[in-house]
Design a protein around this ligand. Sequence first.
Ligand SMILES: Cc1ncc(COP(=O)(O)O)c(C=O)c1O
Length: 1007
Amino acid sequence: MATRCVSAPANILKFGRHAPVLTRLFVRGLATQKKPSSLFSRLDTFANRHIGPDDNELSYMLSQLGYDTMEAFVTDTVPDKIRVASSSISNQSIPALSESELQKRARELAQLNKSYKSYIGMGYHNAVVPPVVLRNVMESPAWYTPYTPYQPEISQGRLESLINYQTMIMSLTAMDIANASLLDEATAAAEAMVLAFVSAGQKKHKFFVDKGVLPQTIAVLQTRAKGFGIELVIGDALSELKDESAFADLFGVLVQYPDVNGDIADYTNLANLTHASRGLVICATDLLALTLLKPPGEWGADVVVGNSGRFGVPAGYGGPHGAFFACSDKLKRKMPGRLIGRSRDALGKPAYRLALQTREQHIRREKATSNICTSQALLANMAAMYAVYHGPVGLRRIAGKVHSLTQVLKSALEQRGYVIVNKQFFDTLTIDVSGAAKDAEAIHATAAASGINLRRIDNKHVGVTLDESVSPEDVVALINVFTSATGSSPITVVSDLTPVESLAVPLPLQRASQFLPHPVFNTHHSETEMLRYIYHLQSKDLGLVHSMIPLGSCTMKLNSTSSMIPLTWPEFGSVHPFAPADQVEGYLEIIKELEADLCKITGFHACSLQPNSGAAGEYAGLSVIRAYHESRGEGHRDICLIPVSAHGTNPASAHMAGLKVIPVKSLPDGSLDLEDLKTKAEKYKDNLAAFMITYPSTFGVFEDGVADACKIIHDNGGQVYLDGANLNAQIGLTNPATCGGDVCHMNLHKTFAIPHGGGGPGVGPICAAEHLAPFLPGHPVIPTGGDKAISAVAAAQFGSASILLISWAYIKMLGGNGLSESTKAALLNANYMAHRLKDYYSLRYKNANGRVAHELLIDLAEFDKAAGLKVTDFAKRLQDYGFHPPTCSWPISTCMLIEPTESESLHEIDRFCDAMIQIRKEADEIISGKQPKDNNVLKNAPHPIAVLTQAEWNKPYSREKAVYPALWLKEKKFWPTVARIDDAYGDINLIVMRLPFRRGNRLRVKS
Ligand SMILES: Cc1ncc(COP(=O)(O)O)c(C=O)c1O
C-alpha cells in the first residue's frame, strides 16, 4: 500500500467535497497549470486540451482519495507485477507534435498521395458528397459524437435517419426488411452465407459462389467458411447450376448483380431452382444500378447485400462505408446487425427505437452466428441523407448519366476496334484490348501517364467503371487513353461524343417498379430544406457536444477537431483502395507509423489494421491463433476458455472461428477464478486453443492474477487473446504483452479517439507476438499481412483506412507522455467518481486497496428490492438531468457501468455525481412512500415537453421537479423529445420503414 496523505492545494480544499459545482468552477483552467518551461515552448500542446482535469483538479481529486502523488495512486490501482517502466511509453519513444505541427505533418503526407482518377470499380466508386451533408453531418460533432441509440428518448434524430436508411435499402432492393448497416460488403456477404447455412439446419455444407463475385468478398467468405465447416464452390452459377441435381449438397448461392466485370444476368431461374432445393439465393448488388435494374427482391433473391458508399461517402482508401443487408420476412429473426423500428412512447405518440434487440446476435454469446456490435451508423446516415437530398428523381438522373456516359464510352471504344466483353451493363465495361492495342499493360501505361487508374484484369482485358463524379470531359480523356494505344488521333471536344438513347439492359431486367415514394425522400431537395432537416434531426440527439457520456466499456472521450480535420481532405477521401502503391505513399506512411506506435503501446511485434470493428478484431485474432496451431500440426486444438464476465462478442467470435467455448467462473470479488481456470486448462490441455481475457476486466478492476492466468494457459498449450477494449486503462502503465497475452485487439473507436458515430464506424486492429505475426490477415488484391497470412477478414486491405488518420493524429499529438498522463487521468477520474458516489450507491467491485480501474460498476439491486426501481428507471431519470446514462445492465443485469474517461473535467464529473446523488434522494422518497411506487419521478422519466405541457398533472411531484431537478438545468437543459418508449409494443407491431405517401398503408412486417 502506498503512502497516503491528505494535502491538497489549499484553495481547492477549502471548498470541501460537497462544494457547489459552480463555486469550484473558477479555480480551474489553463492558468492553474504549470508554467511553460521556456518562452519558446509550444502553446498548442494537445495534452492540455485533451485531458479534462487541469493540474489543480488532479491534485484535488488525489487529495480526496488520500494521496499526495499520482504515482502513489497508480501503485494502489495497477498491480506491481505487470507495470512497465515509465520510459517505455514516453516522448522519447513517441514524440509529441503540437496541434499545428500535426496539421502541417498531415498536409505533407496528404501531398504524397497522388490524386489519380480511378475507374477501378470492384465495389468502390468516387462518391460525390453533397456539401450540405459533408459539412453538417460528416464533419459535425453533433452527428459523429453520439453513441449507439440505446437510449431512444434522446436519440430520435439518428433513429429517424437510420430508419430512412433501412427504408431506402428496402425500397431499392425490393426486400421485406433491411438492417441499419453492417461493416462492409464482404463481411455482409459472409453474414448472409452463415444465415443461409443456419437456415438450412447446418445439414448441407456447400455454398456456391459465382465467379463474378468481387475477389475481396470471396476471400472473406473463405475465412468465414472455415469456422463453420462450410465448403465454398466457386464457378459459373448460370452454366453449372442448371438442374436440381446440381443443388444436392448446396445450402445457398451467391451472385453479384451487376458482377465484377459489369455483366448483368437474369437469375430468376437460378433462384427458382435454388428454392426448389430449399436453399437461399444471396445477391450482392449496387444501389445506384438498382434505380435502373429490376431489383433482386423481384426476381427471387432471399438476401441482398452491398456497399452504400457510392451514396455520398468518400472512398477513403477502402472505408468506412455502410454495408447493407436486406432479406425476406421469413429470415428476419436470423438477421445480423441492428434494426430500427417504430413504436410508441408513454403518451402513445410514435417514436423510434432499436427493435428486436436479439438481432444483436452477440448477446447470444457462443450460440451467436454473427458478431456485429459496432457497425457503420454514421456512414449509413450519410447515405440516407444523400437519398433524402436527391430523392428518387435525382437518383435516377445520376444513374442515367453514369449509364449514358458508359454507353458513350462503349461505342467510342468499339469504333476504335476494341471489343466490349459484357454486352449488358450499367457502369462497368470489360474491354478486350488484344485486337486494337499491344496488350493491357500498354493501356495501363498510357492511362497512368494521364493520371488515370483502370482495373487490371489480365494481359488481354482492362476494366473501366464510371460513377457520378465522371464528366463528359473525363470520358474524352478515357477514350483518348485507348485511342493513343491504337495510334489514331485523339478527340478533344465533348461534342465529338455520340449520345446513346436506349438502356444497355434487356427489357425484362429493367426496373419497372417505383422506389422511394416516401415523403422524406421527396421533400428536402433544396439546400435550405435539407439543412433544416439535418438540424431538425440533430437537435433531438444528445452527444458529447452536450454533456459527458459515461458509458462503461465504450470510452466516450474527446474526438478532437485537430484529429478530424485531415479526414475530409480530398487527398485522403478520394483514394481508391486498390490504387497502386506509388500513389498512396502518404497513406502508407501513416499506416506504418500507426502500426509501429500500436506495437510500442501493446508491447507486441506486428500489427494488422484490417479488422473494422472490435468484434472483427477478436475474430481475426482467434483465426490467427487457429492458423498458428495448424502450422504446428495442432489444428485439433479447438477449445476456448472465456470468463463469464466477458463481453458477448468474445464467445460469439470464438464460435465463429470454429472454437468450442468453455466458460470460466469469477470469484465473489469479481476477479477471475484461477482455480477454475487451472482445472479447465488442465482438463482440456490436449485441445486447448485459446483463452480470452479482457484487461482490466469488464467488472472494472485490474486483477492481480492476470499474468498467472496467462501462464496457466501457456503451460497447457494454449494461446492468450487479450481483449483490448479497455486498453485506455493500460497505456504507459502496463501492456497486453507484459500481462502475458499473445495477441490483442484494440478498439480505435474507444481508446484512440475515433468518434463513435452513433454506432460506428470503428476499427479493431490486432497486434500480435512474433510467433503469430506470419499469420496476420492477407488480401487477394493488394498483398498485405504475414507470409503465412490467413485470408482476408475485411473487404479492404487496411479496413476502414481513412479513419486511421484520427488515431494516428491522436497518438502523435499526445506523444508518449500525454498518452501515459491520459491513462492516469482516466483512472483517477473513475476513482474520484467512485469516492463521491460511495455513500449513495453500492460499488460492486474494487481491488484490495479499494481502487477501481478506469470504470466503476454500481449495483442498483437494493432499489428494486425496496421499491421496484430498476436500472432503466435510474437511466431514464438521468436523461431529465441532461446526461446520457452509463452502460446499463451489463456486465451484470442489476448494475450500471460508469466510465468518465480522461477527457471529462472535474466540473463535469461533479455535475454527473451531483445528479446521481440527487436521484438517489429521489429514490429514497419512493422507498419511504412519499411517492407511490407506480407513479413517481423515476418511473415516469424522462419528462419531455409534451409531458410537461399536459393540461392535467396527476403526478405526486411538481412540474418544476420533473424537468428542473437541478439548478444548472435552468441555464442548460437538453430535452428528451419523447416520453419513455414502449419496447414490447414495437416488437409486437414491428414497423421498420418510413410509411409512403399512400394513406392507410401499414407496411407492417409480421412479428
Ligand atoms: C470489452 C469489449 N470487447 C469487445 C467489444 C466489441 O467491440 P466492437 O463494438 O467494436 O465490435 C466491446 C464493445 O463494446 C467491448 O466493450
